[in-house]
Design a protein around this ligand. Sequence first.
Ligand code: ADP
Length: 404
Amino acid sequence: MQLEDQKVNERMERIRHKVLILSGKGGVGKSTVAVNLAVALATAGKKVGLLDIDIHGPSVPKMLGVEGMSLHGTEESLHPLAVGDNLRVMSIGFLLRNTDDAVIWRGPMKYNVIKQFLGDVEWGELDYLIVDSPPGTGDEPLSIAQLISNADGAVIVTTPQNVALIDVRKCINFCGELSIPVIGVVENMSGFICPKCGERTDIFKSGGGEEMARDVKVPFLGRIPLDAGIVSASDDGKPYIVNFPDTEAGKIFAAIAAPILRLFEARNGETEKTEKTEKTGNAEVGATKGGNVRIALPVVEGHLSMHFGHCSHFELVNIDMDKKKILARETIDSPEHQPGLLPAWLHERGVNMIIACGMGSRAQALFNEKGIEVVVGAPSEDPDSVVRAYLEGTLSTGRNVCDH
Ligand code: ADP
């Protein structure tokens, strides 16, 4: 491994969760979402870094009122600027004399600049790094996604017009190819609410982002209306969410932060589990539950489905955990796909545990909220063998094979 790559990896290892903010094209509000999300997480008490690496239009310094401030550093590292107690900010804009500099760089040069930048910034320990990536799905976001190799997920920002939505599909495919889980889609500039009469006008149409998210089965995080306050907050360098938390837009920024905060809780639970599993090589049977347990196993063509959401039916197995005995079993068809339905649907059917090959951390958090424990990384074998192995304590759980 090259020294520079190693440097990037070392820096990234000290950051618990990395979230990329992507958009199909420029000007849709990607930086606005990145800034307000980072501020929302910092306000929730997390240690947050905000990295603005949009080399063609770095706007974060202006949005946070730190434009033109001087950076400190050593030969080896650059120190991000502190904004309040919990937020650190670094922007490629601090280093560019003007944005035209970036435009004349050729591909390999951009890659090297991005890599050096990622390796040089000394974040220290962080709970979250929010990365404001360049727009589109070209070489620049690709370099970033490859360099930040274990990103937890991406938030994709779009406006509701069809032209923008076509680009979002490309973004979703981009994430799929790089195995980056899509945390969700945000529809920005969705309708204008007249500040005088309160009437709503859908200038760029509305709901397109939501419809598309439903089509491609990724979570929809919310619609942010056009709001003159967002422009003035950005221009004045005062994050909107701090000053207008109770407006429609303020509430949606907070709602966007919610699954990312849950990701934190779910991931930390998962890390503990993975550490245990790595030590023993086996899931710890019955360690967390005694009494009777009803397990759901997602099945397709007779074996455990690799992707939790792609199963044709569920095997529901009732087990007496104390006697390690199967009491009853039932097969039920999985319901028509509807985002967010399964946690409630399985809960209503008395399920309190799931054994799956893979499941995204967001989905795991939703099941956990319903009191359903999730075991991931099971082999894609027939459900009977999986349950038996689980009861005998020989179920080998490996990597979570599906994390979107
Ligand atoms: P991007 O990062 O996608 O290029 P920005 O976040 O820089 O987009 O936003 C572009 C411009 O649009 C900025 O001036 C910003 O203040 C404004 N803007 C973003 N979202 C909204 C909104 N919901 N209502 C009004 N103006 C917005």
